[in-house]
Design a binder for this molecule. Structure first.
Ligand code: CP
Length: 312
């Protein structure tokens, strides 16, 4: 692919190719020298207009494991504070040699804009744009589910799995990307949250929507993906840390104990322990939160490899 911008338009074939490639790259981490020459000569720029720990570092680790050169831009301390536009910033990093631009931006649609505006020739990977999408997060979540539930998983999808995504669905780019990708891969998805944190138009999504976490837990999902309440994106006075939110939507030890034996607990991070997830659940044997981070490096290696193949 030339760019990776969302999962809504990712075909089943593209998604499975990325997951299979990630599976092959995962073994590189176990080598004495965890490096391949695959992207030698390529330069990847992390263009981050919003804070990040996991995504930025794992793209950097992925690029280095494939022998690419890496440059990192963070908005704090940059000339954006002097009024420099996205177009001028992108053209500046491309003039310094960027072949692949990994962009995180507060505006929904920023990655699409960069890919289709003609401003730059580089391949674009969306590392999260506003409340729109975060496609590589969904791919690493799918890789985590596949590793756990689908033996001999090469070429296999996620048919038959039931995934509950719980929390602030309305403001979550992770939820959107997961809903589309899980649907493409054949999984059944239930989104759960208080009515004010379910998105307008959710009835048109390929999901079941619920505001009853206890009822969904008792359905016995294979995976429960907890999401942070994105206070920074919430306008108005809804108080997500209130007792009501924790009582009704937190994955407590009691709720986790009612899940089937096989069920796993996921979270894209960053977590607010004691709010959407109890600390003991986050650290429990059913938690795959650290596996998600680990799989993120292999998935991002696959993403870089995929777009580099078509870089002019
Ligand atoms: N999951 C995720 O995007 O985490 P960061 O914000 O730390 O990159």
């Amino acid at each position: 692919m030339r760019h990776i911008l969302d999962t809504k338009d990712l075909t089943r074939e593209d998604a499975l190719r990325l997951l299979d490639t990630a599976q092959e790259f995962a073994d590189v981490a176990n080598r004495s020298v965890p490096k391949l020459p695959t992207l030698r000569g390529a330069t990847m720029v992390n263009l981050f207009f919003e804070d990040s720990t996991r995504t930025r570092l794992s793209f950097e680790a992925a690029a280095k494991r494939l022998s690419a050169d890496v440059m990192t831009f963070q908005v704090q301390g940059s000339s954006v504070s002097k009024g420099e536009s996205l177009k001028d910033t992108a053209q500046t990093v491309e003039a310094m040699g960027a072949d692949i631009i990994v962009i995180r931006h507060f505006s929904s649609g920023a990655a699409h804009r960069l890919a289709h505006s003609g401003w730059v020739e580089a391949s674009i990977i969306n590392a999260g744009d506003g409340t729109h999408e975060h496609p590589t997060q969904a791919l690493l979540d799918a890789a985590t589910l596949r590793n756990r539930f689908v033996p001999h998983s090469r070429g296999a999808d996620l048919s038959g799995l039931h995934v509950a995504i719980v929390g602030d669905i309305a403001h979550s780019r992770v939820a959107r990307s997961n809903v589309f990708l899980l649907n493409t891969l054949g999984a059944r998805v239930t989104v759960v949250g208080p009515p004010e944190l379910l998105p307008t138009g959710v009835e048109d999504w390929p999901v079941t929507a619920s505001s009853e976490l206890d009822a969904v837990v008792d359905e016995g999902p294979d995976a429960v993906m907890m999401l942070r309440v994105q206070r920074e994106r919430i306008k108005g006075d809804f108080q997500p840390a209130s007792g009501d939110y924790v009582r009704n939507y937190s994955l407590t030890v009691d709720r986790a104990n009612r899940l089937p034996e096989r069920a796993i607990v996921m979270h894209p991070g960053p977590m607010n322990r004691g709010v959407e997830i109890a600390s003991d659940v986050a650290d429990s044997p059913r938690s795959v939160i650290v596996d998600q981070v680990r799989n993120g490096v292999a998935v991002r290696m696959a993403a870089l490899f995929d777009v580099w193949g078509e870089t002019p």
